[in-house]
Design a protein around this ligand. Structure first.
Ligand SMILES: *Cc1c(COP(=O)(O)O)cnc(C)c1O
Ligand SMILES: CC(=O)N[C@H]1CO[C@H](CO)[C@@H](O)[C@@H]1O
Length: 478
């Protein structure tokens, strides 16, 4: 099963720099990496020294590391999103819900998009004012009215959600938002606008939002009128990693829903801005996709006499490349023969980064010397398969690109047990979304690397007792 290696090696050989093959051949195109192309074994933002410092600060690996400099870069890019009449950027907190990250974005004037009642409570506890939080959820919490009364902005995501909000605030002129499924979607590894994919949340294969026909055929306006609600926000979000062209089309379509409700003051276009984690994967140019959308807002104002505030809700874009999982290679084993491989085993896995197992995603991988000394990098490479620590063959960090049920070998820096392995592009949907506690592995700590490279712990490692603290023995049953 070595058919991918020829291609990977060809790519590696084409690079004269001896250190390049240590990365995935689909090397990240992020600016910092390009700047450091000549620096041996440096990941997107970690050197052997800073990676080691992250491990030491956290009292061992694995540890998630975030870069304040990278967070700032992406925050500034989002805050510069083209707009005609004002912009609100909301961080889709499910992408990385650590309180320090929420607080940092709040300090930048970025608001919050929450996806559950629990996320709302978590953000409020982190000090985010309720007025700065909007909730678009698959499961409207029982205490939704408490949130609305606190100032949280709720986008009704189904007819029954709209009915429940309407019944509670009957005749009170309550302001609400509506999330519409615009009939097309896009996301992840699927370019299709209608088919199912794990990150596509628009179109007929998606249960997210109120189906557009129900807005256009008068069903939603009738419910709104019945309860005397005031629709002030229209919301769409079609998928994570969506095609920029489709995103732009949907943006324009979303304005047509805004025209139906005279009270709409804000048009929320969701997130889904693609981030290229590996070489050859494009990163959405926000200026490029935003320009025509700002024009569409101007046209809308000319036609409808309303200047709408633009809201965007990036998750991935704000944090994906600002985070890395730093692990230790704790074992190395070989199988031989035609189909044999060399495997590196991490002290982390799907318990920390689920995206390879869940989506077949490939993250850029850099192996650094365990000494934490750049002088020890060397120049030898080896074709290896990287696996996690779970008793689960699906705990694979190097799935075959395009064929996630198969494993792939990648030419990486030749590793010894005890070396450090950095998986970049792990800032979004990793720490917050994993099979944590499987095999009773405790939740990994998180650190934030300052612009001065000083490391600050923002979550300590979970203790084993915390894994089982809520379990109860049924007294007298056996
Ligand atoms: C998840 C989500 C986002 C963020 O999506 P990304 O692809 O991470 O940018 C934005 N809005 C809503 C409603 C979401 O559910
Ligand atoms: C209530 C509150 O603090 N609202 C804040 C929401 O965010 C904007 C922009 O950062 C602030 O200006 C508001 O004060």
């Amino acid at each position: 099963m070595r058919y991918s290696i020829a291609l990977f090696m060809a790519l590696s050989v084409a690079q004269s720099d001896a250190f390049l093959p240590q990365k995935l051949p689909t090397l990240t195109k992020a600016p910092a990496t390009s700047l450091h192309m000549a620096v041996p074994a440096q990941s997107v933002f970690l050197t052997p020294e800073t990676a080691k410092a992250c491990i030491d600060s956290a009292g061992g690996s694995p540890v998630y590391a975030y870069s304040l400099g990278k967070l700032e870069e992406s925050a500034d890019a989002c805050l510069a999103f083209p707009n005609a009449f004002g912009l609100t950027v909301r961080f889709a907190m499910k992408a990385c819900p650590n309180r320090a990250i929420l607080q940092y974005f709040h300090s930048k004037g970025i608001h919050i998009d929450a996806s559950s009642g629990y996320e709302v409570r978590r953000a409020v506890t982190a000090g985010i004012p309720p007025e700065n939080i909007s909730l678009s959820t698959q499961e409207l919490p029982a205490d939704f009215a408490e949130f609305i009364d606190m100032g949280v902005k709720i986008n009704c995501c189904s007819i029954s959600q709209l009915e429940r909000v309407g019944q509670h605030y009957d005749g009170k002129g309550q302001k609400v938002g509506i999330r519409v499924n615009p009939g097309v979607g896009s996301g992840g590894f699927s370019a299709s606008t209608t088919s199912f994919s794990k990150t596509n949340v628009g179109g007929p294969s998606s249960s997210f939002g109120i189906w557009h026909d129900l807005v256009n055929d008068g069903t939603v306006p009738d419910i709104v009128e019945k309860y005397g609600l005031d629709v002030e926000r229209i919301h769409t979000h079609i998928g994570s990693g969506s095609d920029p062209k489709i995103w732009q089309e949907v943006a324009k379509k979303t304005l047509s829903f805004c025209a139906i409700f005279p009270g709409v003051t804000a048009c929320n276009l969701g997130g889904g801005y693609k981030v290229g984690r590996n070489e050859g994967e494009p990163t959405t140019d926000l200026q490029e996709i935003g320009g025509p959308v700002a024009d569409a807002f101007r046209d809308f104002a000319a036609e409808n006499g309303r200047e709408l505030q633009l809201e965007i809700e990036p998750g991935t874009y704000l944090v994906a490349m600002a985070g890395a999982l730093v692990s230790t290679i704790q074992d190395k084993v070989q199988t031989t023969g035609e189909a044999g491989h060399t495997f590196l085993k991490l002290d982390s896995g799907m318990t920390d980064v689920l995206r390879p197992s869940l989506y077949g995603a490939n993250h850029p991988i850099t192996i650094l010397p365990g000494s934490g000394d750049s002088a020890d990098v060397g120049s030898e490479t080896e074709n290896v398969v990287v696996v996690g620590h779970c008793c689960e063959s699906g705990d694979l960090m190097t799935p075959m690109p395009g064929s996630p049920e198969e494993l792939a070998e990648f030419p990486l820096r030749k590793a010894e047990i005890g070396d450090i392995l950095v998986m970049d592009g792990s800032g979004a949907y990793c720490s917050g979304m994993s099979t944590k506690n499987y095999n009773s592995f405790p939740e990994a700590p998180e650190v934030l690397v300052g612009k001065d490279d000083k490391v600050h712990v923002i979550r300590v490692r979970q203790q084993l007792e915390q894994v089982y603290q809520n379990e109860v023995s049924p007294e007298g049953m056996f």
